[in-house]
Design a protein around this ligand. Structure first.
Ligand code: RIB
Ligand code: CA
Length: 326
């Protein structure tokens, strides 16, 4: 059993990662923390609670609200992809009786901030806790600044972010999570805890199409399947209009899969740096991944390959499994 903490900017794919993690018997989700990214952290936090209500849970993981602003840069969001509410507009959906389909959730929140909860759990589970950041790294960096000694207890960081040998999704050279807070990303890389990076290079290979989702949901009409359909609709439409495919990238579920199905992934050791200032390249993740090139001492593992179809099948087998764990 791996103890993990999910740090999210819940968003549509973050929600799918939360559902996958909570349906992975190999993982113990000790907490879910939130950070401004796809949308403001207030909305991300509400979205985590809405997602948890969509899953038939007997017990809720601790949820703690995190940082609203990056370390230095002004905050930018991704509402154009995830909707103004961060979940594809489902919070505005009304049933035939005029009631909200996804009403405001019970505010079940930790009394401590995300940063303090990360520090507390790092100390409670020395050399056990794996951090899984799925948004900008602001919370992680602030925890390292606030209590570096305690944060050295973290076993590993497995994050979704960055791009190396293809184009970015915010600028030509930068991926969103790193672009929003490049200073936090550099600080996390410099801190010395083992870091595994799951970049766009592999997440762009794993597409959840509307056709596949409908086929997998099939006749399973329940609260979760309705949430999966509703929450992904707008994001799929966005990609259909812009990217030409009626679907969405499974960015954030992939780090979960790397933890539970490592055989589906390929990684290499690399020396990774972050561009924190460039006018055109701010947020770029830089590493020479060519096998023939001499490598400086690695500071991270970079995921460079995924068995996309096997991961997709695993994803559905888990999230639609009737035997939920809680
Ligand atoms: O670039 C994709 C990443 O940015 C994903 O984590 C998505 O949720 C957004 O946070
Ligand atoms: Ca995310």
């Amino acid at each position: 059993m791996q103890r993990i903490l999910l740090d999210t900017d819940t968003g549509v794919d973050d929600a799918l990662a939360i559902i996958l993690a909570l349906n992975s018997p190999e993982l113990q989700v000790e907490a879910i923390t939130t950070v401004s990214g796809n949308v403001h952290v207030e909305l991300c936090t509400r979205n985590v609670l809405i997602t948890l209500e969509a899953i038939e849970l007997r017990e809720y993981p601790i949820v703690a609200k995190g940082e609203s602003q990056p370390l230095i840069k002004p905050f930018v969001n991704a509402e154009h992809v995830h909707g103004s509410d961060g979940l594809g507009g489902i919070t505005e959906l009304l049933a035939s009786d005029g009631e909200r389909c996804y009403p405001h959730p019970e505010p079940r929140l930790s009394p401590v901030s995300a940063v303090d909860l990360i520090i507390e759990l790092a100390g409670r589970y020395p050399d056990e806790l794996v951090l899984v950041p799925l948004g900008p790294l602001t919370n992680i960096a602030k925890a390292m600044i606030k209590n570096p000694a305690r944060m050295r207890n973290i076993r590993e960081i497995v994050l979704m972010g960055g791009v190396f040998e293809t184009y970015g999704n915010v600028t030509t050279t930068a991926e969103f999570n790193i672009f929003v807070d490049p200073h936090a990303a550099q600080l996390v890389l410099d801190f010395g805890i083992p870091v595994t990076i799951v970049p766009l290079d592999v997440t762009h290979q794993v597409i959840l199409t509307r056709e596949r989702l409908n086929a997998e949901i099939g006749k399973k009409k329940n609260r979760l399947s309705q949430f999966l359909s509703d929450s992904t609709e707008a994001c799929m439409k966005f990609h259909h209009q812009r990217g030409g495919f009626d679907g969405l990238y499974l960015h954030d579920p992939l780090p979960i899969g790397l933890l539970t199905q490592p055989e589906l992934f390929e990684t290499v050791d690399a020396f990774v740096q972050i561009e924190t200032s460039g006018d055109l390249t701010q947020g770029m993740t830089i590493a020479d991944l060519r096998p023939e090139r001499p490598r400086p001492t690695p500071n991270a593992r970079v995921c460079v390959g995924v068995n996309s179809e096997s991961f997709l099948q695993h994803f559905f087998d888990r999230i639609l499994s009737t035997t939920t764990r809680f």
